[in-house]
Design a protein around this ligand. Structure first.
Ligand code: NDP
Ligand SMILES: O=C1O[C@H](COP(=O)(O)O)[C@@H](O)[C@H](O)[C@H]1O
Length: 518
């Protein structure tokens, strides 16, 4: 069978020239463990459908859902069609393509610790090789409660589905976050997974890495000559990394109340942003070269002194408030959250990187739920000008700030000072903005599409390697330990819809700085 590539729409905008879709995955069966779950419904199946629409799925593919719910193949397909209709960026699933796609979808029902269920799975995979030409290639996607990751990996091996038992094709595994709940549990999980899979076969997903503006951090830094010379302690005053959300726990209170913002966002997504923005240029653009540099810079993060955790961090928990004019309940009123919960829904941490490039440049990281706006960004604040030429006209000039806007309004913005038109020399801060949507005339694909496609092609660049996961846990552990051990009597301490707790403002004020407004 052959696959036709969809030609990119004709470029009216010169920036679009050269955008081509040529990222077709290898023939394979993809097995989604946790196929009846929330992530599958909202993200993973819509992503598969859009990969099909974009001709990024190979002609020889098969999709297998696996979970306990007793679906037949047909009732699972019907369920998946509903989720595509509701959540796919391409709108309602259209015929005849949907029926063709649905033919490639099947379902295995059973508990993840049941050996017989894996035998059924093995039969389905062998059948797929015959019927769809999937060539023995298998991609297992673990979208299940993390407590089941190790069990599933062990059972795959028991059923003869381990990568080293596969004599005809490749076997890879995508593992959802969180990879562990602390350093020890992450190491224990790694021990179990690595008994069956080699590092090159393991794809630890961090969906932030699949976001276009996050991938663009490397392009901005290493495909331009003007930024890298000033990307260091001589010119940079400080760096702020923010991942602010307006949503609360969205029906995931049971998970979140045992996680909190530090585990849920800082240890993985925000730490990956830090690594990309602070790392040295990799020796090439291969997965290992990039991940070597990410690991190196994370290793250079100064461990937070356990005695100073409360000075170097801030935590918060939201109380009832309003967002976009609508009242929302406090965290402790959310379903499955303990009424006296000590879990932080906001975390801020100040880090230092001990290397030649970044010595003495503070990196301020923050993430929180139920804040005033959704906003993820990296802001590089440059130093003040060394000499004031313009006397009073230059009083109170803002420092230059380069902002990489990850979402929403994906783009890059440079704040600089300019003369206000008129007879007098009056200077004011202005900004030069690039927006991905209008600049390239395309809407970015959701991260899961990019990441699943990459795993099908064996490109691990946008997945987190074990050494980085371990190092990121190492960085947050002193904070986790101290926060867990100390009940915060001030909780809840910020109103939903606001800027976060006052303690977070004090963290920066102590250094004579302020957070950017959310
Ligand atoms: N949902 C989200 O927004 C996000 C989720 N994630 C991660 O994705 C993963 C999945 O999350 P989510 O979809 O929300 O979880 P859900 O709780 O919605 O789904 C869990 C899935 O696992 C299945 N399952 C659970 N226990 C068993 C078992 N013993 N045997 C067989 N199947 C079982 C369930 O099947 P059944 O109900 O049929 O028993 C269900 O399909 C988690 O690792 C989570 O941390 C990461 C980022 C965001
Ligand atoms: O991994 C997670 O990410 C989401 C935020 O993702 P975004 O793409 O909307 O920024 C967060 O809501 C969730 O709690 C967390 O588990």
């Amino acid at each position: 069978m052959t696959t036709t590539l969809t030609a990119p729409p004709q470029a009216a905008n010169p920036l679009r020239a050269g955008i081509a879709v040529n990222r077709i995955g290898d023939p394979c069966s993809i097995v989604f463990f946790g196929a009846s779950g929330d992530l599958m419904k909202r993200m993973l199946m819509p992503a598969m459908w859009n990969l099909r629409l974009g001709d990024i799925l190979p002609a020889n593919y098969a999709i297998v859902g696996f979970s306990r719910s007793p679906f037949s193949d047909q009732s699972f397909r019907d369920e998946m069609r509903k989720s595509v209709d509701e959540f796919s960026r391409s709108g309602l699933a259209k015929e005849p393509l949907w029926s063709d796609f649905a033919n490639h979808v099947s379902y295995v029902s059973g508990p993840f610790d049941d050996t017989d269920a894996y035998k059924k799975l093995r039969d389905v995979l062998e059948h797929n090789d015959q019927q769809f030409g999937t060539a023995g290639n298998r991609l297992f996607y673990l979208s299940t409660p993390p407590s089941l990751f190790a069990t599933i990996v062990g059972k795959l091996e028991d059923a003869g589905l381990g990568p080293h038992q596969n004599k005809t094709g490749w076997t890879r595994i995508i593992i959802e976050k969180p990879f562990g709940t602390d350093l020890d549990s992450a190491r224990a999980l790694q021990t179990e997974v690595s008994k069956v899979f080699d590092e090159k076969q393991i794809y630890r997903i961090d969906h932030y890495l699949g976001k276009e503006p996050v991938q663009d951090i490397m392009a901005l830094r290493f495909a331009n000559v003007i930024f890298e010379p000033i990307w260091n302690r001589r010119y940079v005053d400080s760096v702020q990394i923010t991942a602010a959300e307006t949503v609360g726990v969205e029906g995931r209170g049971g998970y979140y109340d045992n996680a909190g913002a530090l585990r849920d966002m800082i240890q993985n997504h925000v730490m990956n942003l830090l690594a990309l923005v602070a790392m040295e240029p990799p020796v090439n653009s291969g997965a290992d070269a990039i991940r070597d540099e990410k690991f190196k810079v994370l290793s250079a993060v100064r461990p937070i002194d356990r005695a100073r955790v409360m000075q170097e961090t801030a935590r918060g928990q939201y109380e009832a408030g309003s967002i976009g004019g609508k009242p929302v309940p406090g965290y402790r009123e959310e379903p499955d959250v303990r009424p006296d919960s000590n879990t932080e829904t906001y975390a801020a941490v100040k880090l230092q990187i001990d290397n030649w490039r970044w010595a003495d440049v503070p990196f301020y990281l923050r993430s929180g739920k139920r804040l005033g706006h959704k906003m993820s960004e990296i802001a590089i604040r440059f130093r003040a000008i060394p000499h004031r030429l313009f006397g009073e006209a230059g009083e109170g000039l803002d420092n230059n700030v380069l902002v990489m806007k990850i979402q929403p309004d994906e783009g890059i913005s440079l704040r600089f000072n300019a003369k206000v038109p008129g007879p007098k020399m009056h200077i004011r801060s202005v900004s030069m903005d690039f927006n991905y949507g209008t600049g390239f005339g395309v809407v970015s694909a959701p991260a899961y599409e990019r990441l699943i496609g990459d795993a099908m092609r064996g490109d691990a660049t946008l997945f987190t390697r074990w050494d980085a996961v371990e190092t990121a846990w190492n960085i947050v552990m002193p904070v986790l330990d101290r926060w867990t051990a100390t009940y915060d009597e001030n909780f809840p301490n910020y109103a939903a819809g606001g800027q976060g707790p006052a303690s977070s403002d004090r963290l920066l004020a102590a250094d004579g700085r302020e957070w950017r407004k959310i």
